[in-house]
Design a protein around this ligand. Structure first.
Ligand SMILES: [Zn+2]
Length: 297
């Protein structure tokens, strides 16, 4: 699939799309308040998380230029001070495509150290150079605004090799970026350094660091389940990945061909996962698992 088509597919998964009538947050405004000044913005592409305080406006991910314009103008209704910060959870275009709009509006941009190069590689052959984070970190990054402490943390490769989880410690909310596709067959970007074998313990570690009150924000979600949830949703995805690896390993051990192994539509153990396109399907997931188990990196 061409990149542009893929981006359209991801746009389709946006919780704000008119194509998805059964939303968890059905209303006219793309802004939804959660708690303690933290909210989400859903229009097109990966869910934006946000925080406004007397001192600052903080955004997590930037979708595309058009929704980014709507975000930066609309967020003022929710307050916010002069300091403006954007975190990128990872490099994909449906999470960083609005970066130029944020930069023009005075936001500094923070992301994991692998994000700029992954953005540049993904943009090769395209007319415009990507707007990359101006501040990067290897392990973690802390930012205090108002009474909130924001903690961005890298857990190793998962959906790509540059994903971070952004914790709002006081509000007890964490933005997972695309480390969680909630009840959707996930995009596993092997070319971008994804690794299922590390994604499994990663989800477990984040769930361990959370408590029963922690609210999670997800990059994308099955409209029936939405783009927010609990650590139970992280562990459900962990179980899906464990099952995916087990299924694929068994097929390889039994001497089946790759075509035979990837010829599968669903696992009966995970009936709640949906496939919005061939690109985001169980067959595509098995294909990546097969390559992870059989090819050297
Ligand atoms: Zn992504």
């Amino acid at each position: 699939m061409k990149r542009a088509d893929f981006l359209k597919q991801l746009a389709f998964l946006s919780a704000g799309s008119a194509l998805l009538p059964k939303l968890k947050f059905p209303k006219d405004s793309p802004f939804t308040e959660l708690r303690n000044g933290v909210g989400i913005f859903t229009m097109q592409g990966g869910t934006i998380g946000w925080l406004t305080t007397d001192d600052a406006i903080v955004a997590i991910d930037s979708q595309y230029p058009d929704p980014a314009e709507k975000f930066v103008s609309g967020i003022s209704s929710y307050g916010g001070g002069p300091e403006k910060v954007l975190f990128n959870t990872h490099h994909h275009g449906d999470h960083t495509g609005g970066n130029p709009v944020f930069a023009e509006n005075g936001y500094r941009i923070i992301g994991h150290a692998n994000v700029p190069d992954l953005q540049r590689i993904a943009a090769e052959g395209q007319e415009n150079q990507p707007t990359v984070p101006d501040t990067t970190f290897e392990e973690d990054f802390d930012l205090s605004v108002g009474n909130e402490t924001i903690h961005a943390k890298y857990y190793g490769p998962g959906h790509t090799k540059g994903d971070s989880v952004i914790w709002f410690e006081h509000a007890n909310i964490a933005h997972m970026g695309d480390l969680v596709f909630n009840r959707l067959y996930p995009y596993i970007d092997r070319g971008g350094g994804a690794m299922i074998a590390n994604w499994i313990p990663l989800l477990e570690q984040v769930a361990d660091e959370a408590d029963s009150d922690t609210l999670f924000i997800f990059g994308h979600g099955n409209p029936e389940f939405g783009v927010t949830g609990s650590s139970e949703d992280l562990l459900h995805l962990r179980d899906f990945f464990s099952h995916l690896m087990e299924y694929t390993r068994k097929g390889i051990t039994a001497g089946k061909s790759k075509d035979e192994i990837t010829n599968i539509q669903s696992f009966e153990e995970f009936p709640d996962f949906v496939s919005p396109s061939d690109f985001l399907s169980l067959s595509a997931n098995v294909d990546v698992a097969y390559r992870e188990l059989t090819e050297a990196e």
